[in-house]
Design a protein around this ligand. Structure first.
Ligand code: K7E
Ligand code: CUA
Length: 667
């Protein structure tokens, strides 16, 4: 009986979809003509042959983009340990670009061009970090104005090496990398304050101040964490390292942060998960607990509440120290005792192996997920401020940091499932939390503090992203589950599986799974989703001879017809132009041992007329986009004849776009 009813239901649904499809097929008239009916039958036949049910058909209709149709949203996803950023169209889930950030990438010429080699070396980077060729990117952050994405810049952190990158969304290229001289790992980077005044980078694994050596049994005395506030100079599009500062914090292994907004503007909230200060087994036969046990011993760790507005004033008043860090670089630090005394740093307990912290769109609520908890814990900024102003603390920690009692800061706990991690929001007052252990997205209602629905995802969701879902004005519509495991979702490709991004429709009363997208590049962590029309990238560079690194006309640009070769002793400079389908000059002869620099200007103004410059044997491939001046330098120590050619298929005579570098041997 029940099965019959169900079948009837499905049949009705299919008929409804059929009617809907016939409506589409006949276009403006809704009259189901005979030919439309035939088309509908054909569609339903395909669906039947492929085993698709009405939900699948609906999902296909909501995600399919015929040729030329563009996506409504753009997602910037971390590329995990690929060290890159992945740009994805939503809802089609098509990959649009990998932005080269910390890792060399030949198509973009990233790491081969002189100017971007310099960016990769980084600012404030010690010699070791200046040589790195990979990173573990975790959290991308789009620049904000008044708490809303403005589409101008993107920031992303490198967990492995405590670095931060600035990407311009004018050309989707990396403009700056900074190293944090205070330590060797971060995690929460990058999170921006509501006007991108600062980019927040918390350290993760505590190390001795400034990256010095200290024995592990001096952990409590000498190891420290840092919450770094990198000052962003929007006009220059660069981090101003001089104006940046850090707040020293106890060695509790800080995790993610989020910036307050509205009533919580001026604050940053950061998690920690090793208030035990566990240091693992110091010897192989040690009876001490291993790290994962030691670090998880306490039921509570500390939510760090940082008043960055006040910290900024203290730095202006000179109440900071200059710490000499890794590589001898100096950095402004507000010492822990000052931070505690001035109430720049205040704690409140947070349960059970905390991970994500996310501020609600109205700025009133701070949502914390605990990896081993079944609740999300919601804190009230009003209560936090009230307790701080009234000096109502239950105690201080061993470093003198005041602690607000859990009950004095907590607004509510919502039981949503085992292992809540990260939370994003929609435009209707709902929150969506990733629940790792249970493998679900949990939808719950803010202010009613009630679980509404759980949707299974495949599998073990880490982060979660929503359309503008961490701004003051989320769009609703879509949530993307950033699942860590795909297991059986795709055709097997060996033991290393891709991750699985799942697109979820949240526009209706029930969440609906629309699409599975494999991510085969690295393990992404966070992603942000911006309305596509907020981006206005260049289609060609604004003028001929443009340097993307300097974001202005290159000093080495050359006009078409004014190409030249300049020799000064054993230095040779080649000022070359590229245009379909010719490099000028084409034949270049140098002597073995010369230092040879090519400055190549792509004089094209046409969209897509990119030329690549590939030089075999010397490890060179640069990308010279329309208007760009690219450059590279080689030491011509290999004698011989080396063909160079254009590595982008730019025209019918693209193979002919070539030349020779002749390196004449020493006698
Ligand atoms: Cu934001 Cu993966 Cu770095 Cu959680 S972390 S999943
Ligand atoms: Cu230029 Cu191919």
């Amino acid at each position: 009986m029940k099965i019959k009813e169900k079948t009837k239901n499905i049949n009705q649904k299919i008929a409804a979809v059929g009617l809907f499809l016939s409506g589409i097929i006949v276009g403006t008239t809704i009259v189901a003509t005979v030919s439309a009916q035939r088309e509908t039958d054909k569609v339903l036949e395909i669906a039947k042959a492929r085993g698709l049910n009405p939900d699948h058909i609906e999902a296909a209709l909501k995600t399919y983009h015929p040729t030329g149709m563009k996506d409504e949203y753009i997602m910037f996803s971390s590329g995990g340990h690929s060290g890159q950023v992945i740009v994805i169209g939503i809802p089609s889930m098509r990959i649009l670009k990998y932005i080269a950030v910390f890792t060399p990438e030949p198509w973009q010429g990233w790491g081969y061009d002189d100017e971007n080699i310099e960016i990769l070396r980084g600012d404030l980077c010690d010699p070791q970090r200046a040589k790195l060729t990979w990173a573990d990117t975790h959290h991308p952050a789009i620049s904000e104005t008044n708490g809303d994405y403005d589409g101008q810049f993107l920031f992303i952190g490198d967990k492995a090496n405590s670095r931060l990158a600035v990407i311009s969304l004018k050309d989707f290229e990396t403009k700056q990398i900074v190293c944090n001289p205070l330590g060797n790992s971060n995690h929460g980077a990058a999170f921006v304050t509501p006007n991108s005044e600062y980019i927040i980078e918390p350290s993760q694994y505590a190390v001795p101040q400034g990256g010095r050596y200290a024995p592990i049994d001096k952990y409590a005395e000498q190891f420290r964490g840092y919450i770094t506030f990198w000052a962003f100079d929007r006009a220059k599009g660069r981090i101003d390292t001089e104006k940046s500062f850090a707040v020293e914090v106890p060695p509790y292994w800080q995790d993610l942060c989020d910036a307050g907004k509205g009533p919580s503007y001026g604050y940053a909230f950061c998690n920690s998960f090793n208030s035990e200060m566990a240091t693992g087994r110091k010897t192989l036969d040690s009876k001490e607990p291993p790290l994962e046990v030691g670090v998880s011993a306490n039921d509570m760790d500390y939510l760090h509440i940082i008043n960055w507005k006040k910290a900024e004033e203290l730095v202006k008043a000179g109440k900071h120290k200059e710490v000499v860090g890794v590589g001898g670089f100096k950095f402004k630090v507000i010492p822990l005792d000052v931070a505690a005394k001035e109430r720049i740093l205040v704690f409140t307990p947070e349960p059970k192996s905390p991970h994500g912290v996310d501020v609600s769109p109205n700025g009133k609520w701070i949502v914390v997920g605990g990896k081993l908890d079944t609740n999300v814990s919601v804190y009230s900024i009003e209560k936090i401020k009230k307790a701080t102003e009234a000096n109502k603390f239950e105690k201080t920690d061993r470093y003198g940091v005041p602690i607000i009692a859990f009950k004095d800061a907590l607004e509510a706990q919502v039981q949503i499932g085992l292992g809540p991690l990260h939370t994003v929001f929609d435009d209707k007052g709902f929150a969506y939390t990733s629940v790792f252990i249970e493998s679900v997205v949990a939808k719950w209602k803010l202010e009613e503090w009630k679980l509404v629905e759980k949707l299974p995802v495949h599998y073990n969701i880490g982060h979660i992203a929503a359309a503008e879902g961490d701004t003051v004005a989320p769009d609703g519509k879509y949530v993307i589950a950033l699942n860590k495991w795909s297991i059986d979702r795709f055709s097997p490709v060996g033991p290393l599986h891709p991750q699985n991004f799942q697109l979820i429709d949240i526009s209706g009363p029930k969440m609906k799974l629309l699409y599975d997208m494999p991510i085969p590049l690295g393990e992404p962590h966070y992603a942000q989703v911006i309305k596509a029309d907020k981006l206005s990238p260049w289609l060609v560079y604004p003028e001929v001879g443009f340097s993307p690194a300097k974001m202005k006309k290159s000093a080495h640009a050359v006009e078409f017809g004014k190409e030249k070769i300049v020799r000064k002793e054993n230095k040779v400079e080649i000022y070359m132009t590229a245009i379909r389908s010719r490099f000028t000059p084409e034949i270049i002869e140098v002597n073995q041992g010369d230092e040879v620099t090519f400055y190549i200007t792509n004089v094209e103004r046409a969209r897509e007329a990119t030329h690549g410059f590939a030089l075999g044997g010397y490890n060179v491939n640069i990308s010279i986009e329309p208007g760009e001046t690219g450059s590279f330098t080689i030491k011509a120590d290999m004698p011989g004849v080396f063909p160079f050619y254009c590595s982008e298929f730019c025209s019918a005579l693209h193979l002919e776009m070539a030349g020779y570098l002749l390196v004449k041997p020493k006698k």
